[in-house]
Design a protein around this ligand. Structure first.
Ligand code: FAD
Length: 459
């Protein structure tokens, strides 16, 4: 059956776009979740070039009842494009055109393989802004970020991907075309299929085109890095800034371990003797920048910030953000493997979450570099680990489960922006009730009765 599938694929798609050697299939078996055991390889990897080719592949997958797993840059961290049961990987790197940018409507129409950073760069030429900013925007794609509902540092002020998708062109599980929205900024016309598809991890349909809302690009931006002698003071400062009704673009966080690890591998003059740092970006009209900065600096000093650095030019701005964005790469150098997470709680419980995660990792004798977009309550515990160390892996699994229990107890959820994939699937019932899960399964069945679209992810 596999041979027949491959020859059908090669008859329908230019054969140079169909990969099926063992080495090629192996290269697509993993993603940035760094999953411990690869159970299966894809049967084929297909580089699609247009919607018609996507439709043809889906129709063949339906004929052979074989899974179709979309892949952007493979940088999701939850095993969302790991192939548990074989199947066809749809690679979107050749569908990477920015089709149009409409300055009047403030919208962009793009193919799913467009790199997020490239889109941001292009729309900025028109004085426009696309805020979703997963820390790896230099590689991650529009399709992948829609499927995972990516957020990033700027989601505190500007929201996540779901706030910017106004229409999707989707290939359904039977190879037909569905449109989820319209080319208008508001839409109260029937069910909101945009938000259903955003975050659905490729399980309901395949995005072949997206219409995205853009906003005006802020005139100026500046970043402050404030250091604290305790995590508690840093977390309290987050609330203090917000209570003064100042609305920074980001309020990000690095703990001592993250600061020291970044400084060790990617030196950036960070103050390694401090217990925690906040990275606060302000933006807006040039004339408002000093006013915002003065208020925030005053609040930070009142909250016992022991040092404050500020960017005065683009180089200094980039240096601070590069340090923050390098945290996972730096943490990965501590052990053969690294994992990350994105638990999120209502902000009033942030302190309990951060300190609780520290205690849990200490209890299980695990290292943890903690960063996070703490303005919106989300924390990324990055845990370096050696998967070949059975004992360490066991401790890691127990710690993860306790972190999810703690998050649930604090009124939080398992993912603010990374998604669930395979990795968090066993834990989803800790935060989503069984009736809601039943309805999710019914929705999946309606859109994908033969369970061919990225099966067995999420629940
Ligand atoms: C170092 C690092 C830092 C990160 N920091 C952040 C962060 O701060 N915030 C954040 O939100 N995320 C973060 N991430 C996660 C990651 O960036 C996002 O999940 C990312 O946007 C995924 O994009 P991708 O192109 O790599 O998608 P992939 O990993 O290739 O795919 C992700 C999912 O999208 C599906 N998919 C892909 N294309 C399509 C399509 N056309 N139609 C339907 N489904 C599709 C796949 O099947 C899969 O389920 C980080 C990751 C790394 C490695």
């Amino acid at each position: 059956m596999k041979n027949k599938l491959i020859s059908d694929l090669k008859r329908n798609i230019p054969s140079s776009n169909v990969l099926d050697t063992l080495e090629e299939r192996y290269a697509y078996a993993q993603d940035a979740s760094n999953i411990r055991k690869i159970k299966n390889l894809p049967d084929a990897v297909v580089f699609v070039e247009n919607t018609e080719q996507v439709q043809k592949v889906v129709k063949l997958a339906l004929k052979y009842k074989i899974p179709v797993i979309c892949r952007g840059a493979g940088t999701n961290v939850v095993g969302a494009c790991v192939v548990e049961h074989g199947g066809i990987i749809l690679n979107f790197s050749k569908m990477n055109k920015i089709i149009s940018i409409n300055k009047d409507n403030m919208t962009a129409v793009v193919e799913p393989g467009v790199i997020l950073g490239d889109l941001q760069h292009e729309v900025e030429k028109f004085g426009l802004f696309y805020p979703p900013d997963p820390s790896n925007l230099a590689v991650s794609t529009i399709g992948g970020s829609i499927a995972q509902s990516s957020g990033g540092a700027k989601s505190f002020k500007y929201g996540t991907t779901k706030d910017y998708v106004i229409d999707l062109k989707v290939v359904t599980a039977d190879g037909e075309i569905l449109r989820t929205g319209s080319n208008t900024i508001k839409n109260a016309t029937g069910y909101n299929l945009n938000t259903l598809f955003v975050g659905s991890e490729g399980t309901l349909g395949i995005v072949v085109e997206a219409t995205l809302k853009l906003i005006p690009k802020p005139q100026s931006k500046k970043v402050l890095m404030a250091y604290f002698d305790t995590v508690k003071e840093a977390v309290q400062a987050v609330n203090a800034v917000i209570e003064q009704r100042i609305y920074p673009a980001t309020i990000d966080f690095m703990d001592k371990n993250a600061i020291q690890t970044v400084e060790k591998f990617y030196p950036a003059n960070l103050l390694t003797d401090k217990d925690a740092a906040l990275i606060i970006e302000i933006d807006g009209f040039e004339c408002s920048m000093k006013y915002q900065e003065d208020i925030i600096v005053n609040i930070l000093k009142t909250c016992n910030a022991s040092a404050i650095q500020a960017s005065h030019n683009e180089d200094e701005y980039n240096k601070i953000w590069t340090a923050r964005r390098s945290s996972m790469g730096a943490c990965a150098k501590l052990k053969p493997n690294v994992t990350t997470d994105d638990v999120i709680v209502p902000r009033e419980n942030l302190e309990a979450l951060v300190l609780g995660i520290r205690d849990i990792c200490k209890k299980y004798n695990l290292d943890v570099c903690m960063v996070g977009h703490v303005g919106d309550g989300s924390v990324h515990p990055q845990i370096p680990i050696d998967y070949n160390d059975e004992d360490e892996y066991k401790r890691y699994k127990l710690a993860k489960s306790e972190i999810y229990d703690l998050t649930a107890k604090l009124g939080g959820i398992l993912s603010g922006e990374h998604g669930i994939g395979l990795e968090k699937r066993p834990h989803i019932d800790k935060v989503v009730n069984s009736t809601a899960l039943d309805y999710m399964r019914k929705i999946k069945k309606t859109f994908d009765p033969y369970n061919i679209l990225n099966p067995y992810k999420i629940f």
